[in-house]
Design a protein around this ligand. Structure first.
Ligand code: ATP
Length: 893
């Protein structure tokens, strides 16, 4: 119930249309209006159009639309010749809308196709298309050239006369112009091609029903109507954006409208046509609006004119008569988008553009309306074609003869509803306008020329060429009249009584003809048989060839596949090689940078080397000087040493004399010595020599540090103020050597080097101590000898053990003192070392130095460990760390 109601309401709302009777009266055709819906730009968009059937649309106003406010939610239904859904492809649209127009074009009919719709609804997409998805225009050119391909006249045979008509030139004139053009082309070659617009040859089929007895030529013009001025897009002059002259629209002798002085280019192939189109496209004014980033702001008109003229009876050259020319044209129009200026928010130039666009579309609309009214009511209202350039130019289509088709492009989305509804109304109204059916001008038929003459001529030429070929020499050919039955009939006039002989003659003639006919029949039958068998052979051969062809095709396809694979591999390897080359060049750059670095560093290095050599030479020179100086000094020292040695020897001799004197009690000797030695005698203390001990000569350097002042017997009893802390030995308390037990106190280092490596004396009846902490060790009556053991490494790296031996003498304070009187050195030389001849004695040398010293308070002797010697009566301890190996006196006061 509800659906019936709404259906009734829909019917009510449909705009008034004329009855079918009116539409198809007489020799007129209505304007055919198609609708193409473009896919919605965003998934979130809400549609306002629904496809009810392949020809009908339903529009529902959204609540935001102006018409919703005025009329409420009234749905509108619109009918078209066909509705193309959003997923319709370009080929479908071309086949259904444009192909019939191209067919009409080759048959001499005019056609007009325009796209109409709001901005961004897909007009340009439909007309031009996109790379790899061509629109109507490239497809029209493609199919046209595929159709007329071999039937084209040579270039410049037809030449525009600048007044919308054409002249016909003979072959010589045309050739001259071609040569001139070739010359110009070479010097001024430009490439405007856009390969993306070109289509593959296999995509299009050719049109059937072409008059093959005509020669054809294609001319194109491409104009733009911008701000109601006409501009030539194929003009090779100054750039379209600079100071371009607008063109005027004129009427030619046949009352056809045309753009005066427009560049009309003769095109010989689809590629040339694309070049021309692309050149024009580049020049088209494009501007951005807020609605569409690439919106065209002008109407563009691409016109294809096809000129055709019949060939002569020989089927070769065009008949040189303009009257037989047939000119048909197909105009493909991409109208600028209609838009609501308050919605686009355009200002200034853009606002003016929009105003002009809308005005021209409005004029188109009112022209259509008035035309329709005139056609319906028979009124003769003036149609305002001249109000706008676009309507002015297409006046002929509406008043003259031609097919007019329109594609209405529409957006499904609700936000475009208000504009879309206007477009739909215009489309509905345009569909009711009628145009006269185009007439076919077949001037050639009035010439009385046979049809198919061109083909016949071609076949004849081919056959003649074949006969002249050398391989056709042996071919059996019957080029004369094959089936003649003999001479002409004798006279059959029976005008006398002897006519019977005429009858006999006739009978004989007829019999002869009959027999000849029989012969011919037999020969024909034979020939037929021969031909049949020949045909059979040929058929067989053809079958063989076909099967061979199939297998060859298979092989070819396989080879092509292989080739393709190889090509792919080659491309891949080329790419890889390229990348390797890049890497190689990078590496070589890097290596050359490294080499440069290396060279710089080598340079620096050699510089440094030179500097060092220089310094070395300087140092060597200095060193030589120093060595020489050292030699000099050594010589001096040696001589000094020699002198000193002499002195020491002399002193030793004196000391020996003193010792002898002491032992022998010869005081006179002492006196002599004192007299003789002066200071030297005073430096040596006689009291330090223990009776019974073996006097030994101490080296001078061991003696000197302890003898700072001459000592006398008196001064021995009273210690010098500087030696106040040191106990004085009291010879009265001295134990006799024979009485004591000759026990040894052996003061050895705590860390003794293992016996295997260092010499160590074996002292019998000894007590070994590492530290002298207990005074009883030396004051006990059993120990009268003291031996201090040190182990050390000499300057040659040899280890030696030194024994400092002495007697323990009790002091008057109850303590004890040690008087060193012997030094024993045990050394072991390594056989691998360079022997020191001065010291070596069959592998082991014992150096023994003896001497007696009286402690004079000098530096304490060296001990292998830190030794604190405490005095017996609790006196202060003494640090005995030493810096030399010289034996001293231990004193325990
Ligand atoms: N049927 C379609 N399928 C896919 N994309 C489309 C279709 N129609 C239009 N488009 C896309 O929509 C955009 C606008 O289309 P187009 O430029 O053809 O609009 P227009 O009506 O010519 O605009 P204007 O009037 O401003 O020139 C383009 O990017 C185009 O690719």
């Amino acid at each position: 119930m509800k659906s019936a109601k709404s259906k009734a309401r829909l019917n009510e709302m449909r705009t008034p249309s004329r009855s079918k009777q009116n539409l198809f009266q007489g020799e007129k055709d209505p304007v055919e209006v198609y609708c193409r819906l473009r896919p919605m730009p965003r998934d979130t968009d809400i549609p306002c159009i629904k496809i009810l059937s392949p020809t009908t649309l339903l529009l529902t106003p959204p609540s935001t639309a102006i018409s919703y406010r005025n009329e409420g939610a009234k749905t509108m239904k619109y009918t078209f010749k066909e509705v193309f859904p959003p997923d319709a492809n370009q080929q479908d649209i071309f086949d259904k809308v444009a192909l019939p127009l191209v067919e009409g074009l080759v048959k001499g009919k005019n056609g007009l196709l325009f796209t109409y719709g709001v901005t961004g609804s897909g007009k340009t997409f439909t007309m031009t298309g996109e790379p790899q998805n061509c629109g109507i225009l490239p497809r029209c050119l493609n199919v046209l050239f595929k159709t007329i391909n071999e039937l084209q006249a040579h270039k410049y045979v037809f030449k525009p006369d600048k007044m919308n008509m054409f002249d016909i030139q003979n072959e010589a004139e045309a050739m001259l112009e071609r040569q001139q053009e070739l010359h110009k082309f070479k010097s001024n070659r430009k490439n405007n091609s856009n390969p993306n617009l070109a289509m593959s040859d296999t995509e299009m089929n050719k049109i059937d029903g072409l008059n093959e007895d005509n020669q054809y030529a294609v001319f194109v013009t491409y104009i733009e109507i911008y701000n109601n001025s006409v501009f030539d897009l194929l003009d090779d002059g100054p750039s379209i954006t600079k100071n371009l002259q607008s063109k005027v629209i004129r009427e030619d002798a046949a009352s056809n409208m045309y753009v005066h002085g427009v560049t009309e280019v003769e095109i010989k192939s689809a590629e040339e046509a694309f070049d021309a189109f692309y050149l024009g496209l580049k020049r088209k004014r494009m501007a951005h609006t807020t609605l569409n980033a690439e919106s065209s702001r002008s109407h563009s008109v691409f016109t294809i004119r096809l000129v055709q003229a019949p060939v002569d009876s020989m089927g070769e050259a065009v008949i040189q008569n303009k009257e037989y020319l047939s000119i048909s044209q197909l105009s493909l129009v991409d109208l600028a988008g209609s838009e609501r200026t308050n919605r686009t928010k355009n200002t200034g130039q853009r606002l003016r553009e929009a105003g002009n666009i809308n005005k021209s579309l409005m004029t188109l609309r009112s022209c259509m309306e008035i035309l329709r009214e005139n056609q319906i009511n028979g009124a003769k209202n003036k149609v305002p074609y001249r109000d706008s350039k676009i309507t002015h130019l297409f006046k002929n289509y509406f008043e003259g003869h031609g097919h007019v088709r329109m594609i209405v492009c529409a957006n499904l989305r609700a936000e475009d509803y208000d504009e879309t509804i206007q477009v739909m109304r215009f489309a509905e109204m345009a569909a009711e306008v009628e145009v006269l059916k185009p007439q076919i001008n077949n001037a050639a038929s009035t010439l009385g020329l046979m049809t198919g003459r061109r083909k016949a001529n071609r076949l004849f030429t081919t056959a003649r060429d074949n006969i002249n070929r050398p391989e056709a020499k042996d071919l059996e050919m019957d080029l004369g009249l094959v089936y003649s039955l003999g001479p002409d009939f004798p006279s059959l006039e029976l005008n006398s009584s002897q006519a019977s002989h005429i009858i006999k003659e006739l009978i004989a003639h007829l019999e002869m003809r009959i027999s000849r006919r029989e012969t011919l029949k037999r020969s024909k039958a034979l020939k037929d048989e021969k031909l049949r068998s020949m045909l059979l052979d040929m058929e067989k051969e053809s079958m063989d060839i076909k099967s061979e062809n199939v297998s060859l095709r298979g092989q070819l396809a396989a080879a092509q596949r292989r080739n393709k694979a190889l090509e792919d591999r080659i491309t891949a390897s080329e790419n890889a090689a390229l990348s390797y080359q890049r890497k190689l060049s990078e590496m070589s750059e890097y290596s050359s940078a490294l080499k440069r670095d290396l060279q710089e560093k080598e340079l620096l290095l050699s510089q440094n080397k030179l500097d060092k050599e220089k310094q070395k030479k300087i140092l060597e020179r200095k060193y030589h000087h120093k060595i020489a100086a050292e030699h000099e000094k050594a010589k001096e020292i040696n001589s000094e040493k020699q002198q000193l040695q002499n002195e020491v020897e002399e002193k030793e001799n004196r000391l020996r004399i003193i010792a002898q004197a002491l032992n022998g009690g010869r005081s006179d000797n002492i006196t002599d010595l004192r007299k003789g030695t002066g200071d030297m005698a005073a430096q040596t203390s006689v009291r330090d020599f223990t009776p019974g001990s073996t006097p030994r000569a101490l080296p001078a350097h061991l003696l000197t540090p302890f003898t700072t002042a001459p000592q006398t017997r008196e001064s021995r009893d009273t210690p010098a103020t500087s030696r106040r802390g040191v106990a004085i030995a009291n010879p009265r308390y001295k134990r006799s050597l024979s009485a004591d037990g000759k026990g040894w106190v052996e003061h050895a280092p705590s860390k003794i080097v293992p016996m295997g490596t260092v010499m160590k004396p074996n002292i019998a009846n000894s007590k070994c101590v590492n530290k002298l902490t207990n005074v009883k060790d030396i004051t006990s009556s059993k120990k009268s000898k003291y031996c201090l053991v040190t182990q050390d490494q000499d300057t040659d790296g040899e280890l030696s053990t030194t024994l400092y031996k002495g007697n323990i003498v009790p002091t008057c304070g109850g303590g004890a003192q040690v008087i060193f009187n012997d030094v024993e050195m045990l050394k072991q030389f390594s056989p691998t070392k360079e022997p020191d001849t001065s010291r070596r004695t069959s592998g082991t040398t014992c150096a023994r130095h003896s001497g007696k010293r009286r402690d004079t308070g000098g530096s304490p002797p060296h001990t292998p460990s830190n030794t604190n010697a405490k005095t017996q009566d609790g006196g202060s301890s003494q640090d005995m760390r030493l810096s030399s190996n010289i034996p001293y006196l231990y004193s325990f006061a």
